[in-house]
Design a binder for this molecule. Structure first.
Ligand SMILES: [Zn+2]
Ligand SMILES: [Zn+2]
Length: 335
């Protein structure tokens, strides 16, 4: 039996808009149905950055961010049956849903009125330990290290949900913002037979080369038009001006999906960009089915994540690099 200490190190957001602070916190006690987890790796997601930058409403302050947790089960509360001590699990953004609100009753738990969210309204994984409701945890496929698996849990999962919502007849797929999500989605979409057209910040040659290495047929700046019209486009960069740009690049009946939780304002644009039955939609949160499907597909592709590990106490530096776009693939904190 693993010795569980009383205290742990955690990076805590005590005031939105300010840097995280390294604190000693009591190790949480798992309640009924919860796992106590030793965090092995936790990815740094753009949503963590929006939280820290005070761009998201009503966080539970103070809060420990982090919702791409790969961890070992070290203890469990009463009534836990899905996982045992020693199992490796992943914890995503969706931490709990009520099961009773109209969205839950319609099978749309991602839109639950009362959802609790990891690293936002509940403490997350920028810490040595965390607790999580067993029903919302996933088994992590073998063949991925802890750090490699971490970005699958949000970047991969939201990317996969965005790809699914783009429809099934996507031969030419545009990806706006070639970061953690796009680098995973590109591999899945190619596996499904799509050609990838990658859009980066104008002049970002490094990101464009990264996209080509992952099999993009074309990579260029977001101010450029693709060499051929796209069937669908996924927008992962938090830049509202990409919405009319993406609409202008998709064919009649094409779909544009906004994958992020926050975006700068969308500039006004002529109706003709939307006309001809183009669709514009967003993706919010995840359903557990997205995780089950992604974690089954990822080893078949096989999706290879590109990660760079960073010590837990350097979480602020990792966030700074994400803000600056100075990341190839994903950054992962190691407690
Ligand atoms: Zn609900
Ligand atoms: Zn995320």
């Amino acid at each position: 039996m693993t010795q569980i200490p009383d205290a742990m190190r955690a990076m805590v957001l005590e005031e939105p808009g300010r840097r995280l602070i390294l604190r000693q916190r009591p190790v949480p006690t798992p309640q009924r149905g919860q796992l106590l987890l030793r965090v092995r790796a936790c990815g740094v997601c753009r949503t963590d950055l929006h939280l820290v930058d005070n761009e998201l409403p009503n966080p539970s302050i103070p809060v420990i961010p982090g919702h791409e947790i790969v961890a070992s089960v070290v203890a469990s509360g009463e009534g836990v049956s899905r996982f045992a001590v020693g199992d490796r699990v992943g914890v995503p953004w969706l931490a709990w849903t009520c099961g009773e609100c109209p969205s839950c009753r319609q099978g749309r738990e991602n839109l639950c009125d009362n959802a609790r969210l990891t690293g936002y309204t509940l403490d997350g994984g920028f810490a040595e330990y965390a607790v999580a409701d067993q029903r919302y945890c996933f088994a992590i496929p073998d063949g991925y290290t802890d750090a490699e698996a971490a970005p699958l849990l949000c970047a991969g999962l939201i990317g996969y949900r965005s790809l699914r919502l783009a429809g099934s007849r996507v031969r030419r797929l545009g990806l706006y913002g070639f970061g953690a999500a796009a680098h995973i989605v590109a591999q899945i979409a190619r596996h499904q037979g799509s050609s990838i057209f990658a859009f980066t910040r104008p002049g970002d040659r490094r990101a464009q080369a990264f996209a080509r290495r992952l099999g993009a047929e074309w990579a260029g700046g977001s101010d450029e038009r693709p060499p051929e019209p796209l069937d669908a486009a996924l927008i992962f960069a938090p830049v509202g001006a990409l919405v009319p740009a993406a609409l202008a690049s998709v064919v009649k009946g094409g779909t544009v999906v906004c994958g992020g939780i926050h975006m700068s304002d969308i500039p006004s644009f002529p109706y003709r960009l939307l006309w001809e039955e183009r669709e514009l939609r967003s993706v919010a949160n995840l359903q557990r089915r997205d995780g089950d499907e992604l974690l089954a597909i990822a080893p078949q592709v096989p999706v290879r994540t590109q990660v760079e590990t960073v010590p837990l106490d350097q979480a602020n530096d990792a966030l700074d690099r994400l803000r600056a776009g100075d990341v190839e693939g994903a950054l992962v904190l190691i407690p």
